[in-house]
Design a protein around this ligand. Structure first.
Ligand code: URP
Ligand code: ZN
Ligand code: ZN
Length: 552
């Protein structure tokens, strides 16, 4: 059988390696041409192109791939309900979810009995193809997404940094980079300074570019960090646009002091990174961001909640009725800080991220908070560097590029850590890995659901199969993996993205250019009723007080 194998070029030369044996890649244009040729001149059985046999995809049309799929007899799970049913898909959309759907011979049938059929994962927090200082991380939109698909994630929302402060320039640059996408994606934009242009551009992003969230860094002093004044102005602007403010909550001023303390103590290795920015600094910044959001009365989303300290601030605010979303990440749930204390530099450096992965105990507390709804969505903060790139900080932890992998591993780790362990049910799993993200970023029920009319982004997970994670077998580009050697129960055996089977029998069939940019409108459910709350506040002021002019 003739196969189309392409060497996937990882974007960083030193991590470039042949992974052709794990991929069958079809490039978009080439694919259309081949499809037309196949339809006009069908090949004999021995010459068919892998992944493009007409029998596998139902009807073929020149220029587009019409796909009809029936997923038979699985346990269909949505965020509030599960049932045994069939799922019928046509042209990228779920058409019907009910028992015993009958179809013709032109439909590919997948037997899912005894397995969970769930919405594909949505990763709300990724940094594909992004620079840390001068260093570009290793996974571009194609490679990172290919890994995501192999792990059951079918959409992600990537952060877009401004270019020289310009949000529009940042957006255009990332729109270009993302053209090679093989799964759906959206963008958040980062705010790093404040002026009239930024304010105007925020409006353009929301009204014309499909962005409904902006991130503010309270850490990374001298680079991306904003002060309280910028955060406040940003919160006010977000509120006026119906956009969600997202905050990286660590105290950047205190971290600089902490880093100097470590250097003065002669602690220059990766452990100095964790020791210089303890949980108290994450708790302080989380509390500050939450209180300023309360002052403005606008929702706030705390990204990568890594500590009990931050989680408890979120719990307190939510208990008081404040609209605060807390996002733990796979690394915070599944790892502890022991890795960064490893005597081998390369091993220790791969765990360097901010906020740091905390001492054992924080992981369990974050899991518990997630299980009870104190925290709501799981991201990854996928921002992967090679060991060579991390080695730039061999003599000074402050130079180690910050970031870990996770886009490929999140769905397996969350299933194993949260469902297999008995902490949550499969519907809860769907909620924290997909549905709630779709609701927060205003894409539900197009995304995050197995319902008639939803996009056909679907995974089939076998609860009795197991997974093992290794850099030797993952599909993303780094030569290391922070979850190296982790084994667990629950394996994503099939991933369907946009109605196409892209991962099956351990083989990826991904098409560069097939991923779509998903516009996200403002005013998600988090803004419901805020006008009434504001009006009640204004009428409660008892001001301005009408005063009788004193007689002179
Ligand atoms: O270490 C991290 N988290 N790297 C990515 C950038 C960020 O802070 O989210
Ligand atoms: Zn961050
Ligand atoms: Zn991040």
């Amino acid at each position: 059988m003739a196969k189309l194998h392409f060497i996937l070029p990882c974007s960083i030369p030193e991590v470039r390696r042949s992974i052709s044996s794990r991929f069958t890649v079809q490039l978009n244009n080439l694919c259309s041409v081949l499809l037309c040729l196949l339809a006009i001149f069908p090949l004999s059985g021995s010459e068919q192109v892998a992944g493009f046999s007409p029998a596998a995809y139902g009807e073929l049309e020149c220029g587009s791939l019409s796909s009809k799929l029936l997923i038979k007899g699985g346990i269909v799970v949505n965020a509030h309900h599960q049932e045994i049913a069939d799922v019928y898909v046509e042209d990228g959309i779920i058409v019907s979810v009910q028992p015993n759907i009958k179809v013709g011979d032109d439909v590919k049938v997948i037997d899912a009995s005894g397995k969970y059929v769930m919405p594909g994962g949505i990763d709300p927090h990724t940094h594909l193809e992004t620079e840390y200082g001068d260093i570009q991380n290793v996974d571009d939109f194609f490679n990172g997404q290919a890994g995501a698909l192999a792990g059951g994630t079918t959409m992600h929302i990537n952060f877009v940094p401004p270019i020289n402060g310009s949000l529009s320039a940042g957006f255009e640059a990332f729109a270009k980079k993302a053209k090679k996408s093989c799964m759906d994606y959206g963008f958040h934009t980062t705010i790093t300074k404040w002026d009239e242009t930024v304010e105007k551009e925020m409006e353009i992003m929301v009204k014309e570019k499909g962005i409904n969230s902006f991130k503010f860094f309270l850490a990374y002093k001298g680079r991306n960090m904003v002060n309280d004044e910028v955060l406040l102005k940003g919160l006010i602007k977000c509120k006026s646009l119906g956009a969600l403010a997202m905050v990286h909550a660590e105290n950047g001023d205190a971290i600089v002091e902490g880093q100097q303390m470590m250097i003065d103590l002669g602690i220059t290795g990766p452990e100095g990174h964790a020791l210089s920015r303890p949980p108290v600094l994450e708790g302080e910044a989380t509390a500050r961001a939450i209180r300023l959001a309360a002052f403005v009365n606008t929702p706030v989303y705390i990204v990568h909640v890594m500590s009990i300290d931050a989680m408890e601030e979120i719990a307190k605010a939510r208990q008081a009725g404040q609209r605060v979303i807390g996002e733990p990440i796979a690394a915070g749930l599944a790892l502890d800080e022991s890795g960064i204390f490893d005597p081998d530099f390369t091993t220790a450096a791969k765990f360097v991220m901010s906020p740091p992965i905390r001492k054992s105990g924080h992981d369990k507390a974050l899991q518990a908070a997630l299980s009870m709804g104190v925290l709501q969505v799981v991201g990854t903060d996928h921002c992967s560097f090679s060991s060579t790139q991390k080695a730039i900080g061999i003599d000074d932890f402050r130079k180690i590029p910050n970031g870990v992998n996770g886009i490929e591993e999140r769905m397996h780790l969350v299933w194993d850590t949260m469902v297999e362990s008995g902490l949550i049910s499969p519907p809860d799993y769907v909620r924290i890995t997909s549905t709630e993200c779709a609701r927060i970023f205003n894409m539900y029920p197009r995304k995050g659901a197995i319902l008639a009319g939803s996009d056909a982004d679907i995974i089939i997970l076998n609860p009795n199969a197991s997974f093992e994670i290794s850099a030797a077998t993952h599909h993303t580009c780094s030569d290391t993996n922070v979850y190296e050697g982790k084994k667990g129960k629950g394996k994503v055996e099939v991933t369907i993205a946009g109605g196409k089977v892209v991962w099956e029998d351990g083989e990826l069939k991904v098409v560069s250019g097939s991923g779509r940019y998903i516009e996200m409108p403002p005013y998600s459910y988090l803004f419901n009723g805020m006008d009434k709350v504001d009006a009640a506040y204004l009428s409660s002021l008892g001001a301005p007080v009408k005063r009788i002019k004193a007689a002179t």
